[in-house]
Design a protein around this ligand. Structure first.
Ligand code: 3H9
Length: 707
């Protein structure tokens, strides 16, 4: 036993404390330490019961996820796992698991092998493995239904969301909630059960239901998983394992679980999702910004512009408990903005996301205003006016006058040059881009744009604030469209070319939806408003290179006033429920425009659609990486998963390219280059990596420096 596990005594009760900060991950060394402590307590006749508790802020957040990569890459042999340890615990003297913080994954599996569980009121318990592309692998799918019943176990194992201590008590996962000192409560509980026969979870069968009752539960769980976790293998595997618990004796159920666990662990999906898990944490680390840098407090904020984005951003601040001024130039615009906010909150209450009380409190934090009064008090302003350089620089000039020195002045621009915006102020070090994604109160991504003069304090503050706001902040460099939109431009361009070449819009969308994208590119355009891209294209038309093909159909559609969902028609027509219906009129018009433009018509395969759209992302992503606009390939992946509906189980576009093999991707890009010309010129970094036999993931470990 080493420092990871401490064995102490309170009279006849042995106390095992786990000390593996920050989250007490159940590494092999921790498991070994627990095994030794259990054995020691078992051999000591004066010990009548055992309490196992987590030191620090949590019980156990699960197996050590870092170990999985070592196993799948063959660096570490696949051992017996946790099962033998859990059996030993279950066969020992009464063990009381004392849970605070999180009992997740292997942590909950360990807890269920104890004879009793007591928990602090703030504890959370869950089997989140499916989110990593695996399933519980230490009998979680076998013990959980025995404690909480089949329906709840299915939900927890297949969806991966935790439950509160209170719910755990109601479902029988926890035996008692402890007010006050958890250890003292757990020891008192242990005294009450010491020396008495202890119930073994694996021997309990009373909650396993009957075939007749369970069959519809499994069918419904599978339907839900196919719909809500589209394309993912792990939820279906978790359901299969829980089903085994209801049909087979415990030991055989564990064997089924073990096989499914291994299948998932060695899958590409699991590798991709683990990459995403660590990636979401890695993006917070900025090489040239030390951890110790001063973080500016953001206790009050203001948003300029009460449109869709501005209103959504105000909600984000309010939801995080930060009072926010919402300014617009005229009363009707402000009223419209507030009405939208109220409507959005009302729908959140209706869907059960928020309580009415929560919403009432949040609404009180949003103060509508028509002028800059009180702006001198705020710590941060986010400008969210019309996307154009002139209105933005005007606002920043005004902010420079009214805001106090040191306040962060952020722009929600999605494409514009942050340095030019900063030049309208006398304090470019305080100016930064905070590019929220629509709807801002829902989408998790926040691109944080670093201008050439942006101060490190402002960057560190926004990165930390993003967490408080419930967002994943990713730092990007300053260029047109930054990372997300710059890449997206190429993706959409290819989708439009494909439409012009003969693929109907819903066929293009279907191919990419089947690939795993949340929505096809044309449907996305309809949702966002086609006029937005149209306006941006017009602003940048002078930069287009003569003789290089540009899509024509997007502009033509806008010229007809078809801006997408908001006008009831775009690439699709929309019924009163905003359901997209393919429109033969659009197909007809597109054919006509394409033929007029001399574009040869042909049959396009769905494979070509996926390759052209996704590889266009990858090629531009490689340029972005090379230029240092993104720090690591994983930053691009996190942006695409959280802001653009790229499927997490494929790991993001750059990870996906690595999985396909960069050589294969490069060859297809070379084919497209020959076929379609200079827009497809392979990115030099891609070519270089292929020549060196390397992957984008390796570039991730050598972050480029933002220009
Ligand atoms: C499992 O248990 C399989 C079993 O069935 C057994 C099979 C045999 N391992 O997120 P944070 C690190 S699968 C290793 O910033 P928070 C994390 O990378 C596992 N490392 O804190 C970060 O490192 P760094 C099932 C882990 O308070 C640091 O801890 N369990 C693990 O925002 C702090 O993390 C899960 O899937 C881990 N298990 O959130 C839970 N967990 O500072 C995964 C965390 O170097 N974990 N780290 O960047 C989480 O969901 C969140 O971390 C948690 C805390 C909610 C616990």
């Amino acid at each position: 036993m080493d420092d990871l596990i401490r064995l102490t005594r309170d009279h006849e009760i042995a106390i095992i404390t786990i000390n593996n900060p920050p989250v007490n991950a159940l590494s092999p060394a921790v498991a070994q330490g627990i095994a030794q402590a259990i054995e020691q307590a078992g051999n000591d006749e004066s010990v009548k019961a055992v309490v196992l508790i987590g030191g620090g802020r949590t019980f156990i957040a699960g197996a050590d996820i870092k170990e999985f990569g070592k196993i799948t890459s063959g660096r570490v042999p696949r051992g017996p796992g946790l099962l033998p340890l859990l059996l030993r615990i279950e066969d020992s003297k009464p063990v009381v698991m004392a849970i605070h913080g999180m009992a997740f994954g292997g942590g909950l599996e360990l807890a269920m092998a104890g004879h009793y569980r007591v928990a602090a009121a703030n504890a959370q318990l869950g089997q989140p493995e499916v989110k990593l592309g695996i399933i519980p692998g230490a009998a979680g799918t076998q013990r959980l239904p025995r404690l909480v019943g089949v329906a709840k176990a299915l939900e927890m194992c297949a969806e991966g969301n935790p439950i509160s201590a209170q719910q755990a008590l109601e479902f029988g996962l926890v035996d008692r909630l402890i007010d006050g000192d958890l250890l003292a409560g757990a020891v008192a509980f242990a005294r009450g059960v010491a020396g008495k026969p202890a119930p073994k979870t694996r021997e309990r069968n009373d909650k396993l239901g009957t075939l007749e009752r369970n069959t519809p539960l499994f069918a419904a769980a599978r339907d839900k998983a196919r719909l809500k976790q589209r394309g993912m293998r792990s939820p279906l595997a978790a359901i299969e394992a829980v089903e085994a618990a209801t049909k087979l004796p415990f030991e055989q159920g564990c064997e089924v679980e073990g096989k499914l666990f291994d299948e998932c662990l060695f899958s590409d999906q699991s590798k991709a999702l683990i990459h995403v898990f660590f990636g979401e944490r890695e993006v917070a680390k900025i090489p040239d910004i030390p951890k110790e840098i001063a973080i500016l407090p953001v206790n009050t904020a203001a948003v300029v512009g009460a449109g869709t984005m501005g209103g959504g951003i105000a909600m984000v601040f309010a939801n995080a408990g930060i009072p926010v001024l919402l300014k617009d130039a005229d009363q009707p615009a402000l009223d419209r903005g507030l009405a939208t906010i109220q409507k959005n909150y009302a729908s959140s209450v209706k869907r059960g996301r928020f309580t009415q009380q929560f919403v009432d409190e949040r609404l009180k934090l949003i103060r509508p205003i028509l002028n800059y009064d009180n702006f001198s008090d705020v710590d941060m302003v986010v400008e969210a006016v019309f996307e154009g350089m002139a209105p933005k620089t005007q606002v920043f000039g005004e902010l420079d006058r009214v805001c106090r020195k040191g306040a962060i002045l952020a722009s929600n621009t999605s494409t514009l040059n942050i340095d030019e915006i900063a030049s309208a102020t006398s304090r470019p070090e305080s100016v930064i881009g905070t590019h929220f994604f629509s709807p801002a109160n829902v989408m998790r991504l926040l691109e944080i744009v670093r201008g050439k003069s942006t101060g490190k304090e402002a960057i560190a503050t926004c990165m930390q604030l993003s967490r408080k706001l419930g967002k994943v902040g990713v730092l990007v460099g300053n260029c047109r469209g930054f990372v997300g939109n710059r890449m997206f431009h190429h993706y959409v361009r290819e989708s439009l070319f494909l439409v012009e070449e003969g693929a109907e819009p819903d066929y293009v969308d279907r191919a990419l939806y089947d690939f795993g994208m949340a929505l096809g590119p044309l449907a996305t355009g309809d949702l966002a408003g086609l006029d937005v891209g149209w306006r941006i294209r017009k602003e940048y038309r002078h930069l287009e290179k003569p003789g290089v093909r540009q899509p024509i159909v997007g502009d033509r559609l806008c010229e007809l006033g078809r801006f997408g969902q908001k006008t009831g028609a775009g690439w699709y027509k929309y019924d009163e429920n905003r359901r997209a219906i393919p429109d033969p009129e659009v197909n007809e018009l597109v054919r006509q425009w394409a033929i007029e433009a001399g574009i040869p018509q042909r049959k396009v395969s769905s494979q070509e659609i996926v390759e052209r759209c996704i590889y266009a992302l990858v090629n531009e992503g490689a340029r972005i990486l090379e230029e240092g606009i993104a720090l690591r390939a994983v930053d691009i992946d996190i942006i695409y998963i959280n802001g653009y509906g790229f499927p997490a189980h494929l790991g993001g576009p750059m990870w996906y390219a690595d999985t396909v093999g960069l050589k294969n991707v490069y060859q297809r890009i070379c084919d497209f280059h020959r076929q379609f010309g200079e827009l497809w010129e392979p990115a030099p970094l891609l070519k270089h990596l292929v020549e060196e036999g390397k992957t984008f993931a390796e570039v991730m470990r050598q972050p480029a420096v933002v220009a």
